[in-house]
Ligand binder design. Structure first.
Ligand SMILES: C[S@@+](CC[C@H](N)C(=O)[O-])C[C@H]1O[C@@H](n2cnc3c(N)ncnc32)[C@H](O)[C@@H]1O
Length: 207
């Protein structure tokens, strides 16, 4: 199991790029601000919070959550740009999620960081935290490594099919595409997925 605090302490953070994810900025150009449902937007596994501040700068309240106290301490040290806040906690645990609701969740390199065995718990957390009609938007790492490269994760790969199956009990997929904008080295390896939470009536019909 990854010791995330230790990774930050040691400076072993190749994911840390010092800026918001380029696919998120692409998404801001592509969908209206209203599509995020007015906020607050939750960013699980936010690291130093660049994406959280991008939401706040765009005018949406945003909450960054991370397991690592060091990451959250560093995220809080940045100048405040809008209505952003940061919390330490486990996205997979109901201890953190109970009683909280968000209009949208932005996924970026949290899903690929958790053990694949925890993916069902991840999907359940997303479903429990979103209002009906809420938006799950994410940039998902499909192929972190080259073919034949056998590196132990994280990051752990996924597929569009797996994501569809995982979220289908609660969500309908409304869009998906390979982003044009990416950090160097991630070009063509990622997929943006947009999922809308179904009303409880629709969920009951599905299950
Ligand atoms: C690969 S890093 C990505 C950080 C940030 N999204 C970025 O791109 O800079 C994964 C992050 O997820 C956090 N994390 C892992 N499991 C988590 C969990 N169950 N709940 C909350 N955060 C988690 C780690 O502490 C780490 O900061």
């Amino acid at each position: 199991m990854t010791d995330w605090d230790e990774r930050y302490r040691a400076g072993d953070t190749p994911w840390e790029k010092g800026q918001a994810a380029p696919p998120l900025l692409e998404l801001f150009d592509r969908i209206d601000l209203e599509t995020w449902g007015g906020g607050p937007v939750l960013v699980p596994g936010c690291g130093l919070g660049h994406d959280v501040r991008a939401f706040a700068e765009a005018g949406l309240a945003a909450v960054g959550l991370d397991l690592s106290e060091i990451a959250i301490e560093r995220a809080r040290a940045f100048p405040v740009v809008g209505d952003e806040s940061f919390e330490t906690g486990n996205f997979l645990s109901s201890e953190w999620s109970v009683g909280r609701r968000f209009s949208a969740i932005w996924e970026h390199t949290c899903f690929c960081a958790i053990d694949p065995l925890d993916r069902k718990a991840y999907a359940e957390s997303v479903a429990s935290l979103l209002d009906e009609g809420g938006l799950l938007a994410g940039i998902f790492f499909l192929t972190p490594f080259d073919p034949g490269e056998k590196l132990p994760g994280p990051p752990f790969a996924t597929s569009i099919e797996e994501l569809g199956n995982l979220f289908s009990p609660w969500f309908e997929r409304i869009d998906g595409w390979v982003p044009q904008r990416a950090y160097p080295g991630r070009e063509g390896r990622e997929w943006i997925g947009l999922f809308r939470k179904l009303s409880s009536g629709s969920v009951a019909e599905e299950t």
